[in-house]
Write a protein that binds this ligand. Structure first.
Ligand code: DOR
Length: 309
């Protein structure tokens, strides 16, 4: 059998597969399910805000033909709940996702993690598109740079960032130059493609209630954007910064493409929501079949080796 173990920031994951934050990770039961499922590498928590939140009004998630649209608004059980979870011993590693609603929250959350017993990975979500009146932080390059500078003036534990998708090669240059200044363990790319819109033509209404129907797109339709972001950052980031590829994965083929683009781990959101944690066994079997057919015995045989035309 092929070995899908991987190491990130000296944390050993038994597989390359994770949930995308937000899916199957709101409660202890859901996080335990991710840990106990076959072929998962561990679990990423729902992005924690300092206090518990109900999130945006319902309906706030809608399944599209080729993906999903959501405007959840960071419903979560609050930072202490997730810090407590990740601080306990689990059979697989955890990644604590945190999302401040303002810059001072981000600093405060990281101070709390720094002061806590938790020594594992944390991922700062700089890309939530769905909190009313709050822009996606990582679309503001100066703000992101200033925030990371402040964080790394005191923070010494393993830290990565969750990024929104970028669409301009100059933006990849600019963001990578900022990220390369800091001792980040990883980036997770991409968050949902922010502020899409879908309409039900029978009712002539938008399909989700918050923000007049605008919401983050996920699922198969965003795979090309996700692949572009993984590849563009792999071409620009220091090799010490690992990449979790997120976006559009529904099959082993999609995983194979993320890995060819240079992803170190791969996470699954929309398809996990629709299929449940059994998806990780299927993706593993499909990826193994592709590798067997090509004569690859390890991911290192092809990771990051996508060829130009
Ligand atoms: O698509 C998303 N939805 N990305 C986030 O970062 C947060 C989440 C939500 O709760 O709205």
């Amino acid at each position: 059998a092929i070995d899908f173990k991987t190491t990130m920031a000296s944390v050993e994951f038994p597989s390359i597969f994770l949930n995308a934050s937000g899916v199957n990770c709101m409660t202890v039961a859901e996080m335990d399910e991710m840990i106990n499922a076959a072929c998962t590498g561990g679990v990423v928590t729902k992005s924690a805000t300092p206090q518990q939140r109900e999130g945006n009004p319902q309906p706030r998630y809608y399944q599209l033909e080729h993906g999903s649209i959501n405007s959840m608004g960071l419903p979560n059980a609050g930072f202490p709940y997730y810090l407590d979870y990740v601080t306990k011993e689990h059979a697989k590693p955890t990644i604590l996702s945190v999302a401040g609603l303002q810059m001072s929250d981000n600093i405060e959350l990281l101070h709390k993690i720094q002061a806590s017993e938790y020594t594992g990975l944390t991922e700062l979500n700089l890309s939530c598109p769905n909190v009313i009146g709050k822009p996606q932080v990582a679309y503001d390059f100066e703000e992101t740079d200033a925030l990371l500078a402040e964080i790394f003036s005191f923070y010494t534990k393993p830290l990565g960032v969750k990024l929104p998708p970028y669409f301009d090669l100059v933006h990849f240059d600019q963001m990578a130059a900022i990220l390369n200044k800091y001792p980040l363990t990883h980036i997770n790319t991409v968050n949902s493609v922010g502020n899409g819109l879908w309409i039900d033509i029978d009712t002539e209404k938008v399909v989700i209630k918050p923000k007049q129907g605008f919401g983050g797109l996920g699922g198969a339709m965003i795979l090309p954007t996700a692949l572009a972001n993984v590849r563009a950052f792999r071409q620009r980031l220091n090799p010490s910064i690992k990449i979790i590829g997120t976006g559009g994965v529904t099959s082993g083929k999609d995983v194979f493409m993320h890995l060819l683009c240079g992803a170190d781990m791969v996470s699954v959101g929309t398809a996990l929501l629709h299929e449940g944690v059994g998806i990780f066994q299927r993706l593993t079997d499909e990826l193994a079949a592709i590798m067997a057919e090509k004569g690859y015995t390890s991911i290192e045989d092809f990771r990051g080796k996508v060829q130009d035309f």
